[in-house]
Design a protein around this ligand. Sequence first.
Ligand SMILES: Cc1cc2nc3c(=O)[nH]c(=O)nc-3n(C[C@H](O)[C@H](O)[C@H](O)COP(=O)(O)OP(=O)(O)OC[C@H]3O[C@@H](n4cnc5c(N)ncnc54)[C@H](O)[C@@H]3O)c2cc1C
Length: 388
Amino acid sequence: MTGNQNTDFFDFSRNLSGEERSIRDTVRRYVEQSFRPVVRKHFADGTFPTELIPELGAMGLLGSSVHGPGCPGLSSTVYGLICQELERGDSGLRSFASVQGSLVMWPIAAYGSEEQKSKWLPELAAGHKIGCFGLTEADHGSDPGGMETRAVRDGDGWVLNGSKLWITNANMSDVAVVWARCDDGVVGFLVERGTPGFSTNTIHGKYSLRASDTGELVFDDVRLPESSRLPDAKGLKAPLACLNQARYGIAWGAVGAAEDCYETALKYAGERTQFGKPIAGFQLVQQKLVTMLTEIVKAQGLCLQLGRLKDDGINEVPLVSLTKRNNVAMALDCARTARDILGAAGITDEFSPGRHMANLESVYTYEGTHDIHTLIVGAEITGLPAYR
Ligand SMILES: Cc1cc2nc3c(=O)[nH]c(=O)nc-3n(C[C@H](O)[C@H](O)[C@H](O)COP(=O)(O)OP(=O)(O)OC[C@H]3O[C@@H](n4cnc5c(N)ncnc54)[C@H](O)[C@@H]3O)c2cc1C
């Protein structure tokens, strides 16, 4: 095909610095060379390519915008671009980096003691240690304030009882950031693997995010010293602030998945011949491609503005919610349309859109469902919370 196949159709790249473009392109090459060749097998097997984790660390892709010992300390815009490129590969790869960076390293940097920061941050940034984040419970998803996991004071320390479900990296993790209710409200702990009474289980049978470890954390009379508590995490707003960091990265990541779907569909449409010409030459197929590109370009613009605002210190929850809500729904629509353009071939794992489509169903639900983000923005613009 001779057309303009540049997915950066409005040249948003011109608004990126040379360093930002260079990091984006480096990550894109890495994902193409090291991740894409293995993702099909990992998705089929339901495994994560753990051998890549130290490479992600060495490239500064873990907790890239976190500030602390051993952390890359890059801008939020760069963090967004990294998420975009990782999710071009697979939502599972971006999920790994989101959890490690935004949900484990970020709370340690924001709420941890100096001892916790120096013990964990360099190891997590390097990918030598893996973390997970336990907030959701079987009976408390969208409303984590109802959590039943309890932390009770016991002499100088604490005793933890309860469980967390749907936890990314649960079974691979060396340390879990765990949120529990105590007499004074919600508190956070760092629970190390091997602590007596702490165990993890794998969730089997997923059709989405298969190249990602999802599991359960179980706490059965787990005794924790006071030094394992995150001293500056006070109340439910502490875990919700972590989620806001992660949702920001997801908003960018979804664009990467959508771009990969669009590019795959555009290429296929140029090569696939029916009724004597490439299907890209039919008006209906062009309409689908144009709709995909239009929505992707709008989402790219939203992300860039959101990133610049965040780098200026503006990290408004409703802005992140609006962008996550729009971009994930957009990416899911793109994945379905790309699958359609690929015809029967679209239902096999030879092509990425079917995998992205299945993955994005999880992304639509986690880190605040699509509906919950509607309610966050709705409350912002009307002043009337409609959660209950
Ligand atoms: C693959 C995967 C990985 C995950 N990783 C993690 C992790 O690492 N750590 C973690 O803590 N959690 C994790 N989660 C959990 C995720 O955050 C929850 O699934 C999410 O918060 C939704 O909770 P739920 O699944 O219980 O759905 P529910 O809260 O039961 O929602 C079900 C439906 O009801 C709707 N609904 C709920 N309340 C309202 C309301 N007030 N008004 C209108 N509609 C409403 C929802 O929008 C949704 O459509 C993960 C989930 C998945 C699928």
